[in-house]
Design a binder for this molecule. Structure first.
Ligand code: 44T
Length: 882
């Protein structure tokens, strides 16, 4: 019992406080009530303001109102988002985070908004924080995996795992520093590795700049962990913005950089070095002068480069860059004229095009065939500022190349040798055992360009906008010049081709370039896929025939003119709607309502895509009213499945279920559920079912591309633990047919997704895979069989597919021996799949020993087991083939 005398006397002040208290309580309870009322009335903005007031006045209520506050915040910011009030939206999040600074749900959700607005670094920061607060938070995990690829590109892992490259850079830097280059600037430092190398070699001052915020922060962590934070000055900036003495005190004697891409100049090395020579480096050593002290002159590692090229035949490149078919899915394509990919360096190429794409030639499915010997396209000296400045104004150089092999001219492939110094060089050649890709300059043109030994190729090499451009402008064959671009001819060729250019004048006049349509590479590959369209045509035809027959029954005679509605909600360009309209036409042939059997709706959005479809409709005699563009009718995305008119239901809805990268599309199952509700009796969703297949493999390559491997520090620096935080367990855009790997099992069915009957779906499946070859299980590549109906299906793992494959990569490989059993647990959460692999010590009890050899995979009841690796598999967890 407290002693009454020790109790503080109630002063006038405390009486006032208690009056204030009750007023405050009153305010809090009224505001809380108002907040709840507004919430009930769906007036989220006002509810949000009331909640803010409540929580600012009475923070003790935080736990109590947290759920409703979050709900209000999400609803209100959704509204602000749709109104385009972005600043208000972020203000709300900031206010919310002031109240709940460690709320992982709010952090994750703010990250999602930031990501949508294009603030990837900031978004990543939020996902990372959310994940640190709750490592098993699935949404934050998914989101983090999605941004990890953007933030830390996968080639960082490859480069750090490339010991040859690391060693050569180290040797070159050591030699330069020991030779007297004592002040060093590392441009584009990434993880800080080259800068640290210079410091370790004894450089007095080392500066390093990096424009990516994430990489800069990573470099700070790595440098600090190596106890070099005092001796390397890291700058978060583009070298072009650096000034003396603001950022570095004085000019340096050595610049080290690896800001080169597969096309050598794509990362801006020319501009970077011109700027560095003008502003950041000591003057170059002039070869005529007597040698000066290296600490008084400037130099660059790499010292220069030699670029090589070669013409190739490659079907994989062809089908991704040019239209290779004249009819597809029953439609003649000639009405559209030329269609090509956005990769073009012809004279009339505009801003929407890139001069080259990149591929690892040795990994292209179907391989490639050299048509010429490799040729030297360009030499560049990075230590000669005049040469760098003059590069873009240099005359276009023209080469005449002898064809050595008969084939179809599909592309010029380009690689280079990077001369770090006189002794050390790196090569990115296709036959080299490196992680480098080659630059690909596809040859465009309406027809295949066949060449044979003795023909000559006329190639132009130029450097426009600081990009290296190679263009095969003409082929000289049988004394004729066949022009491949819009070059106007004349006497611009050197003596050895004068004859050809003269002959060119005798050629029938080439018409000026007609307007060409551009489709993305996967869209072109899809258009070229006759098998896919044939199967779609068959399945769609079957359904439409059945529905038409049902309609011509006696009871629906009066509705005879009612069309069948088909909706195609594929992402990107798709012909399916037009194919359906045309099928409707042929099915109705002979009947009075010939044009009206099918009303097809396409959701293609791009103006160009709609134009292509319209032209094709015209060219294939499909009446205009049979094809409509659905997004012209609906205002917001969620309404995409609305009915064409009230009371009408869809006869067929085409869903796009697998992304080109090899993952199931996000929200696929939700879309299927919605679509099912909008089908008429007997209507179908295409596809009706997807079966996921996979197998066990050992692939070092996949490990190399997903994390820095091995326990040894990289060049003595502890980089792996930092960069490996950005490891993503799913590798996408995989070419499984050319993946260097050992198969450890037969392929097996992993999971079944029924889009027509959801009750057939199971949330989780355990299956046992038997090991057919001993090794280290490092990855589980997977792909899909897409069943349009019970008869027609397409595979995402076939030669002519526009899809790539994906793989789950296990960072802790499982050692397995022939005959072992591996348990895979495959789970579906929303549209995202997760796979867990564990080795079963014992043969599964449910096995019948006599039949064990026949069984590749078998279902088992789910048991508890040591989880080795669990990962999410949908379009948000992604590692790209760099
Ligand atoms: N690709 C390699 C690119 N940077 C190599 O932010 C090889 C691709 C590759 N920082 C497959 C295989 C491979 N000032 O972090 C980047 C970049 C930064 C700059 C400051 C500047 N002026 C720049 C310019 C770039 O430098 C880092 C490296 S750039 C490219 C490296 C394994 N696919």
């Amino acid at each position: 019992m407290p002693n009454a005398t020790t109790r503080p006397k109630r002063s006038r002040r405390s009486r006032r406080t208690s009056r204030e208290d009750s007023a405050r309580n009153e305010l809090v309870s009224r505001s809380l009530e108002s907040a709840q009322q507004c919430l009930y009335n769906q007036d989220y903005g006002t509810a949000f303001v009331h909640y803010l007031l409540v929580l600012n006045v009475e923070p003790l209520l935080k736990d109590f109102v947290k759920e409703s506050f979050r709900f209000t915040l999400f609803k209100w910011t959704e509204e602000l988002d749709s109104l385009g009030r972005i600043q208000d939206l972020f203000d709300c999040y900031e206010q919310a985070l002031e109240l709940f600074p460690v709320d992982e749900v709010i952090l994750n959700s703010m990250g999602e908004h930031l990501f949508r607005m294009g603030f990837r670094d900031e978004a990543a920061g939020h996902f990372h924080k959310a994940l640190k607060l709750r490592p098993d938070f699935p949404e934050a995990k998914e989101n983090f995996y999605r941004v990890a690829n953007w933030l830390v590109e996968r080639w960082h892992f490859l480069m750090l795992n490339d010991r040859g490259r690391n060693h050569k850079y180290q040797l070159a830097i050591q030699k330069a520093v020991r030779g007297g280059c004592s002040t060093v600037l590392d441009i584009g430092t990434g993880t800080g590795i080259l800068g640290m190398c210079a410091k370790k070699a004894g450089a007095a001052e080392v500066y390093a700049c990096e424009l990516s915020k994430t990489m800069y922060e990573l470099a700070c962590e790595v440098v600090t962990a190596s106890k070099m934070e005092g001796s390397i000055k890291l700058l978060h900036m583009k070298s072009l913005e650096m000034e003396i003495p603001k950022d570095i005190p004085k000019r340096v004697s050595l610049v080290v950089t690896e800001t080169v891409d597969a096309g050598l100049f794509g990362e801006g090395i020319i501009e970077t070095l011109i700027h560095a020579w003008n502003h950041l480096l000591l003057p170059p050593q002039n070869s005529q002068d007597s040698p000066v002290n290296p600490s008084e002159t400037g130099r660059v590692i790499p010292a220069g480069a030699t670029v090589f090229g070669m013409a190739v035949e490659c079907q994989e490149i062809r089908r991704h860059h040019r239209l290779c078919v004249s009819t597809v899915g029953g439609l003649a394509l000639d009405a559209v004229g030329e269609i090509h990919s956005p990769v073009s360096c012809s004279a009339d190429a505009d801003d929407s095009t890139e001069p080259y794409t990149t591929e690892r030639l040795s990994r292209l499915p179907g391989g490639y065939m050299p048509l010429t010997s490799p040729f030297r396209a360009l030499d560049i000296d990075f230590n000669d500022p005049q040469e760098l400045e003059g590069l873009c104004s240099r005359e276009v150089s023209r080469l005449s190349l002898m064809v050595t092999q008969e084939g179809i001219l599909d592309a010029l492939a380009v690689w280079f040798q990077l001369h770090l110094d006189e002794e050390n060089s790196l090569s990115t050649a296709p036959h080299e055992k490196t992680c480098w890709e080659q630059a690909i300059y596809p040859v465009q043109g309406p027809q295949d360009c066949a060449v044979k030994p003795g023909d000559r190729l006329l190639v132009e090499v130029s450097c426009k906008d600081a990009y290296l451009r190679l263009c095969c402008v003409a082929v000289v064959k049988d004394g004729c010049v066949l022009r491949l671009d819009s070059w106007e001819g004349g006497d611009i060729w050197g003596p050895e081709v004068e004859l050809c250019s003269a002959l060119a004048g005798l050629q029938t006049d080439r018409e000026g370039p007609t307007e060409a349509f551009i489709l993305e590479c996967p869209e072109l590959a899809l258009l070229n896929n006759t098998h896919y369209h044939q199967n779609f045509q068959a399945a769609m035809g079957k359904l439409l025939t059945r529905l038409q027959e049902a309609r011509s029954g006696p009871q629906v005679i009066e509705q005879g003119s009612e069309p069948l509605y088909v909706l195609d909600v594929s992402e990107g360009f798709s012909l399916i709607s037009l194919m359906a309209a045309q099928l409707g036409l042929s099915l109705a042939a002979g009947s009075e309502s010939a044009s009206a059997l099918v009303r097809a709706y396409s959701s293609v959005e791009k103006e160009q895509h709609q134009t292509i479809l319209r032209l094709l409709a015209q060219g294939n005699r499909v009446p205009v009213e049979a094809l409509e563009f659905w997004l012209n009718h609906v205002e917001d995305d969620s309404a995409v499945f609305q009915r064409p008119a009230t009371e009408k239901l869809w006869s067929a809805i085409v869903l796009d279920c697998v992304e080109t990268c090899g993952l199931i599309r996000q929200k696929l199952m939700e879309k299927a559920t919605l679509a099912r509700c909008l089908l008429e009796d007997g209507g179908r969703i295409f596809p009706e079912r997807i079966v996921i297949y996979g197998m066990l493999v050992e692939s070092d390559m996949l490990l190399q591309e997903s994390a820095v491997q091995g326990r040894e520090p990289t060049l003595g620096f502890n980089i792996a633990p930092f960069i490996n935080q950005f490891t993503v367990p799913i590798h996408v855009f995989l070419d499984l047919s050319t993946l260097e790997c050992t198969r450890l099992s037969e392929p097996a069915e992993l999971f079944n997704l029924d889009l027509m009957n959801t009750h057939n779906n199971y949330p989780s499946r355990d299956l046992m895979m038997q090991v057919t070859s001993s090794g280290r299980l490092t990855a589980i590549p997977f792909w899909y069989q897409i069943h349009l109906d019970d008869k027609w299906s397409v595979s995402t793992f076939s030669q002519d597919s526009h899809w790539k494959q994906a793989a789950v990569v296990l960072q802790d490989p499982l050692c397995v021996t022939v005959g072992d059993w591996v348990r895979l647990t495959v789970q579906l959460h929303k549209s995202s799949l997760s796979i867990t692999a564990t080795r079963e010590e014992d043969r599964p009890v449910a096995m019948d020993a006599s039949r064990s050899e026949d069984i590749v995979a078998m279902d088992t009841a789910k048991e508890e087991g040591a989880v080795m690796d669990a990962v999410e598999v949908d379009s948000s967890s992604v590692t790209e083939s760099p």
